[in-house]
Design a protein around this ligand. Structure first.
Ligand SMILES: NC(=O)c1ccc[n+]([C@@H]2O[C@H](COP(=O)([O-])OP(=O)(O)OC[C@H]3O[C@@H](n4cnc5c(N)ncnc54)[C@H](OP(=O)(O)O)[C@@H]3O)[C@@H](O)[C@H]2O)c1
Length: 366
C-alpha cells in the first residue's frame, strides 16, 4: 500500500484516497493514532483489517450457541441453485456455512428450506445457530406482512434473521413506483422478537439518496444493505456512507462476471473474467490462495460480508476456506483497488424514468 493522495477521518473511519481515484476505508482505532501509510507496519494493517471485519459482522462459522446479533462474514447465495437445492444448502451447513441468502424471486425457497431442515438434523445445530436472510419482492410492496408469511411458509421457518426490501421500486399490475418509504414503514411492523416475524430488516439496491430518505423516517434502522460489490465495481465511498449510518454491508455477486448470467447483454464480457485477471491470479499464487479466495478476501478486508453462490460442493468448500486459508498482504488490497472498472452487472431495476433513478449518484448508474 503506497502514499495515499489524501487521508481523512470521517464518521469514525480513516479514509484514504489514492492517486488512481480509489478509496479505502478503515475503522479508526484511536483518534490519537495517525494513519500514515508510509509508516504503517503490516501488523497495524492486519489489526485494522481485523477491526474492519469485526464491524457489523461475525465469523463465517460462529461457534454453536453464539448469539447471532450480526451477519456472518460469509454465507451461501442461492440465486440459480435450481437443481438439488436442498442437497446444496444442507451440504453447505455441514461444510460450516451459517448464513444462507434466500429470496422469493429465486423460486427455490422450498428446496432452500428443506436444505436448512436437513442441515440442522445432520449437524445437530439449532435454528438459532443460523442466519437466514430473505427478501421482499417488488410485487409484495404494500403487502409486507403477506410477503414475509409467504417466505416463511416456503422456507418452513418460524422467523427470519433479516428481511430486505429487494429493490426500492414496487411493481403491481397497475403501477410501478418508488414506494420504498411506505414499504419501510410496513417492514418495521414485521420486526418481532418472537415467532412469525423477522429479527432485523434491511435494504438492497438502494441509492445514496434513498438510504438518506429511509434514515430520516426510520424508527427501526436498517441493519444491512445488500448491493453489488466486486473488484470491477468497488463503490468504496458508498461503503463509507452506509457504515456512517451504522449499516452493515453484504456484497452480492462478489465473484463479479463469474456468474454466467452476466456474460450477455449485461456486459460481463466487457472485462476479462475476474478469476482469470492477471492481478488476481498473481496475488493468488503469491499467497497460496485460489483466485476466488483472493476476490472474496478483498471484500471481507473492507468489512463487507460476502454471499458467493456455489452449486458445486468444491466451490462451496473453496469459498468458505477463504476465511482460514487466504491472508492478503497490504499491497494486495491496493493492487486490487486498481481494477475498478465501474462495471455494474445487475441492472434489473425498473424501466423508463424509474430506471434512470436507479443507482443515481453511484458509479455506473444507468
Ligand atoms: N439483492 C440482489 O438484488 C441480488 C442480486 C444478485 C445476487 N444476489 C445474491 O448474491 C448471491 C451471489 O451472487 P451471484 O449468484 O450473482 O454470483 P457469484 O456468487 O458472484 O458467482 C456465482 C458463480 O460463480 C461460480 N463459483 C462459485 N464459487 C466459485 C469458485 N470458488 N471458483 C470458481 N467459480 C465459482 C458459481 O459456480 P457454481 O454455481 O457452478 O458452483 C457461479 O457460476 C446470489 O446467489 C444471491 O443470493 C442478490
Amino acid at each position: 500500500m503506497r502514499d495515499p493522495a489524501k487521508s481523512e477521518t470521517r464518521h469514525g473511519y480513516v479514509m484514504s484516497k489514492y492517486q488512481n481515484g480509489s478509496v479505502i476505508a478503515f475503522r479508526e482505532i484511536s483518534q490519537s493514532i495517525e494513519i500514515d501509510r508510509n509508516l504503517m507496519s503490516s501488523a497495524i494493517f492486519f489489526l485494522l483489517v481485523g477491526l474492519a471485519i469485526a464491524q457489523g459482522t461475525l465469523p463465517a462459522t460462529p461457534p454453536k450457541g453464539t448469539a447471532l446479533t450480526d451477519i456472518p462474514i460469509l454465507g451461501l447465495g442461492t440465486w440459480q441453485i435450481s437443481t438439488n437445492t436442498a442437497e446444496a444448502v444442507s451440504d453447505a451447513i455441514v461444510q460450516g456455512y451459517r448464513h444462507i441468502d434466500a429470496a422469493y424471486i429465486y423460486g427455490n425457497q422450498g428446496g432452500v428450506g428443506q436444505g436448512i431442515t436437513d442441515g440442522l438434523r445432520k449437524t445437530g445445530l439449532k435454528r438459532e445457530d443460523l442466519w437466514i436472510t430473505g427478501k421482499l419482492w417488488s410485487t409484495r410492496h404494500g403487502q409486507e406482512e403477506y410477503g414475509l408469511k409467504e417466505t416463511l411458509n416456503q422456507l418452513g421457518l418460524e422467523y427470519l434473521d433479516l428481511f430486505l426490501i429487494h429493490w426500492p421500486v414496487g411493481n403491481s399490475t397497475t403501477r410501478t413506483t418508488y414506494d420504498y418509504i411506505q414499504t419501510w414503514k410496513g417492514m418495521e411492523k414485521l420486526v418481532k422478537p418472537t415467532g412469525g416475524g423477522t429479527r432485523y430488516i434491511g435494504l438492497a439496491n438502494f441509492s445514496p439518496s434513498q438510504v438518506d430518505d429511509i434514515m430520516k423516517i426510520a424508527t427501526i434502522k436498517p441493519k444491512v444493505h445488500q448491493f453489488e460489490l466486486h473488484p470491477y465495481l468497488q463503490q468504496s465511498s458508498f461503503i463509507l456512507t452506509n457504515h456512517a449510518h451504522n449499516i452493515s454491508i453484504t456484497a452480492y455477486s462478489p465473484l463479479g462476471n463469474t456468474n454466467p448470467v452476466y456474460s450477455g447483454s449485461q456486459g460481463g464480457s466487457r472485462q476479462p473474467k475476474i478469476l482469470s485477471h492477471t492481478t488476481i491470479t498473481s496475488i493468488a499464487k503469491e499467497r497460496g490462495c485460489t483466485p476466488a479466495q483472493v476476490v472474496l478476501a478483498w471484500n471481507m478486508a473492507r468489512g463487507v460480508s460476502v454471499i458467493p453462490k456455489a452449486a458445486k460442493a468444491e466451490h462451496r468448500k473453496e469459498n468458505i476456506e477463504t476465511v482460514t486459508k487466504c491472508k492478503l498482504e497490504g499491497g494486495d488490497v491496493e493492487k486490487i483497488g486498481k481494477l475498478d472498472a465501474k462495471l455494474r452487472l445487475s441492472i434489473l431495476c425498473g424501466t423508463g424514468d424509474l430506471r434512470a433513478e436507479c443507482f443515481r449518484g453511484l458509479d455506473a448508474s444507468p
